[in-house]
Design a protein around this ligand. Structure first.
Ligand SMILES: [Zn+2]
Length: 276
């Protein structure tokens, strides 16, 4: 149960107790109920991102709250015993999913942004790139970002035999478990390139889905694999990149632009791991 729900459930239970007190003649019973209700509402309100916070990060308004996700489910596998490969999540909800890859740029402002905007982001980390900065990604994880697998060395996987692919994928499962305490469930092949051995290796390393993307974050805009707009459930690819690679833009500036494009199209951001 989410803290807010727990709190409300507690208030309801307290209300029921006070109400039964009222029935047995306690004239003061209504006030405590109202007081508790207001307090709970205030707590829930505090959990929302304020307009001022959204403005501070360059947005006109906070992201709309994501709808309650359906029970988690995975699409059909790519073959018997193989994980599904997806670039979008089957849903009618007007949500998209943000994924950030590799782990080169380590901008402390991005940690604040994720925390203050309560941004659900999934990080697909490559050991040789992100490894020297796992402490930074640990901070991101502590403010709600999730950690997923993007190989040890970022190779072009179809160029490797099965054993080499397995080493790249299982090896990163072990590293991430060691550093973050949990074995990822999702895998993204570098460059989005894979073959049958990749899928078999991913399954053998305990991964449940191979995650590609349908839209990608550019410096000023989103680029779509098909069409010219977002569709419900689209997975959006971004990279941990800094001003050197972004013509002077910072990771947070680029993320703000991306969030504005998402809001303009009437979408909000949901957590990938809540759906898969
Ligand atoms: Zn990558």
């Amino acid at each position: 149960m989410r803290p807010a729900h727990r709190l409300l459930a507690g208030v309801l239970a307290a209300g029921a107790l006070a109400l039964s007190g009222g029935l047995t003649g306690c004239a003061q019973s209504v006030d405590p109920i109202e007081r508790l209700g207001r307090k709970a509402a205030q707590k829930v309100e505090e959990r929302r991102v304020s307009q001022a916070t959204a403005r501070r990060w360059g947005l006109d308004k906070p992201l709309a709250p994501a709808p309650k996700p359906p029970p988690r489910s995975l699409p059909k596998g790519a073959g018997p015993g193989l994980p599904p490969v997806l670039d979008r999540v089957p849903t009618k909800d007007k949500v998209v999913f943000l994924t950030f890859d590799d782990g080169a740029e380590r901008d402390p402002r991005f940690v604040r942004m994720v925390k203050e905007l309560r941004l659900p982001v999934s990080m697909f980390l490559t050991d040789s790139v992100a490894g020297p900065g796992y402490a930074h990604f640990g901070e991101l994880a502590s403010v709600g970002a999730t950690v997923q697998n993007h190989t040890l060395d970022h190779p072009y996987l179809p160029g490797l035999p099965y054993e080499g692919q397995r080493w790249e994928i299982c090896g990163q499962q072990d590293k991430l478990k060691e550093r973050f305490g949990q074995r990822p469930r999702l895998f993204r092949p570098p460059y989005g390139e894979y073959n049958a051995d990749t899928l078999r290796a991913a399954a053998d390393c305990g991964l449940s889905a191979v995650v590609l993307w349908r839209a990608s974050m550019q410096i000023n805009d989103l680029r779509y694999a098909q069409g010219a707009k977002l569709r419900p459930g689209d997975i959006v690819l971004a990279h941990f990149r800094g001003p050197d690679e972004l013509h002077g833009a910072s990771l947070t500036e680029m993320t703000t632009r991306m969030l504005r494009r998402i809001q303009e199209q009437g979408f909000t951001v949901a957590r990938l791991e809540d759906y898969l």
